[in-house]
Design a protein around this ligand. Structure first.
Ligand SMILES: [Zn+2]
Length: 280
């Protein structure tokens, strides 16, 4: 497998969130400054936070993501924003069939969308609600992971609920974004560890906004094969990746070179089937 050099950020956004700069222009500039080769983007316009986000339906939110990927195919791939309580998995299926035209010097997959994103808190559903099951089934069918906002302090988005969902769909890789936003982080780390030991679910942890100590604990508990670098770009706006300088330095200091490669890009490449070589 030949993977282009540079980091892969598996957690980035498009769209508008009042008080934050998530513009495409800022994202692309920060990817350059942060030496990030590829970012996986979902459109936060699909979130339902009154007064802060636009609350677009699945079709409108994801069409905007597709356009952004088409405009920036060397830098971006999409994650489908799912709204299980108001939408339908059948809305999302056509997006997973969408491919970019062949292009010799684009090393990445021709798939426009490489996964499905769920935000239980911002869309008001529990992560293990039965309404999520058709989306998990869709992910299984298309062999794509599901990424879920995991919050240490919000029951709907708890690690326990995400683990319960993932257990019902043991073939589908599930990435716990933030590994417990704002903490505590232990429940997410423990869930991933238990899932690994029991083999009852495929849980992965992602690093956005997590303190360095939590990520190092996660590495000790679950190992570098199930941790992915992600940042919630561009949550911090201009200079976004500067906020991850300490994390990057700690990872480089604590991991062997091959382990560091895994966390910073290889795990994402394999899990999301990001390179052309991995296509059937
Ligand atoms: Zn996010």
């Amino acid at each position: 497998m030949t993977v282009p050099l540079g980091t892969i950020d598996c957690h980035a956004h498009l769209g508008e969130f009042r008080g934050y700069d998530l513009s495409e222009e800022t994202l692309l500039a920060e990817l350059d400054r942060g030496n990030v080769a590829l970012a996986l983007v979902s459109n936060i316009d699909g979130a339902d936070v009154p007064g802060k986000t636009r609350g677009l339906d699945e079709g409108a939110a994801n069409r905007a993501t597709a356009h952004a990927v088409h405009r920036n195919r060397r830098r971006l791939r999409g994650l489908l924003w799912a709204r299980p309580n108001t939408g339908s998995a059948s809305n999302l299926a056509p997006f997973l069939d969408e491919h970019l035209p062949p292009l010799a010097d684009d090393p990445w997959t021709r798939r426009v969308f490489v996964g499905i994103k769920l935000h239980p808190e911002m869309n008001g559903f529990a992560a293990d609600d039965p309404a999520v099951d058709p989306y998990m089934e869709l992910a299984r069918k298309y062999r794509v992971p599901v990424v879920i906002h995991c919050d240490g302090q919000v029951d709907q988005a708890s690690a326990a609920r995400i683990h319960a969902l993932a257990r019902r769909h043991p073939q589908v890789p599930v990435v716990l974004y933030h590994m417990g936003f704002r903490g505590p982080y232990e429940p997410a780390i423990q869930a991933a560890q238990e899932a690994g030991e029991r083999g009852d679910a495929r849980l992965y942890l992602e690093t956005a906004q997590a303190p360095v100590e939590a990520v190092l604990l996660a590495l000790r508990q679950v190992g570098p094969r199930r941790i992915l670098f992600g940042t919630d770009a561009t949550y911090f706006g201009s200079g976004h990746y500067e906020h991850y300088r300490a994390l990057r330095a700690a990872l480089a200091g604590h991991l062997e070179e091959d382990e560091l490669e895994r966390v910073m890009r290889l795990n994402a490449c394999q899990l999301f089937s990001l390179t052309r070589q991995e296509e059937p």
